[in-house]
Design a protein around this ligand. Sequence first.
Ligand code: 2P0
Length: 324
Amino acid sequence: MSYQPIKVFAPTNIALLKYWGKVDKELNTATHPSISITLDHYGSETEVCFRSDLEKDQLILNGKDIPHFPKVSKVLNALRSFKNSSLRAHIRSTNNFPTAAGLASSASGLASVTYAASLALELDLSAIELAEISKQGSGSSCRSFLGGFVQWHDKEDPKVSQILSPDQWPLDVYLLLVSRDGKKTSSTQAMIDCQQTSVFFKEWVRKSWELYPLFREVIERRDFKKLGDLSEKHCLLMHKTILASHPPIVYWSDQTLEYLRLVRGWQREGLEVFFTIDAGANVVLVCEKNSSVQLQSKLESLQADFLKTCIGTGPMVKWGQVVC
Ligand code: 2P0
């Protein structure tokens, strides 16, 4: 038995209420809920083809042959078990934004592999079911299966759900690229180390639970100012918690701090913008559509290296010529 190759696109997502802590390291259940925005056209394009002539799974990421890919293998094995299939997969995946630079490339990567592999195996799984499988490979990837504002809450059913669609609150997003290089420590390892050694970790989890209903409320009310305050607060709390790991984990660079200083100045001038930073040095700015022109011209005058996007609708199948 062999299957048709499939190509899909899955977007990345940027957390505002951030996931950073695991209850179960195998299943990637989270210590607290998280909320993200799905980006419009930045993410991973992935082709998957199951073939009877392969002895092992193969992954080519951004044109490079990857020898070990345990996160991807976990997802492939889970999907194959639905069909009792022993066919191996050939996977070709490309990110259209910097990989492993704290811009959630593992989220779009794992979401795209899970989605493409499920279709290539002719499995009829819902976005919620796919999210649950993908989460085992990379926690944050479960939020990339839906568009708009998305929540991941392991104590709710469904665990992944949309709070608002992109139409209900269209916001623009700027990715300020301080560094296009990959980070030295993976998020997975940093998260585990931080959880085991940071003196602030317990307080981080307690505070995240406390902030969750407030995030829900301000998103439902579309209160930009309050969402900005909460997002910045939660981001800074995460980086403080990470910095207090032993040995310390430092993601920021001088340029990261310089951007934060600039954003504070723009906010004082009345520009409606807020920042968030994931596990890397790059800074993500979110603004209302009516502030976007002004923000973009400020970034252009700084000659900043940035990518502009907006909140998007989620993954899509890209039928077409797929060469395996
Ligand atoms: C997030 N991050 O909510 C947070 C904010 C980074 C900072 O989820 O171990 O690659 O594969 O579950 O999903 C990055 O972690 O970690 C992440 P694993 P993942 O987006």
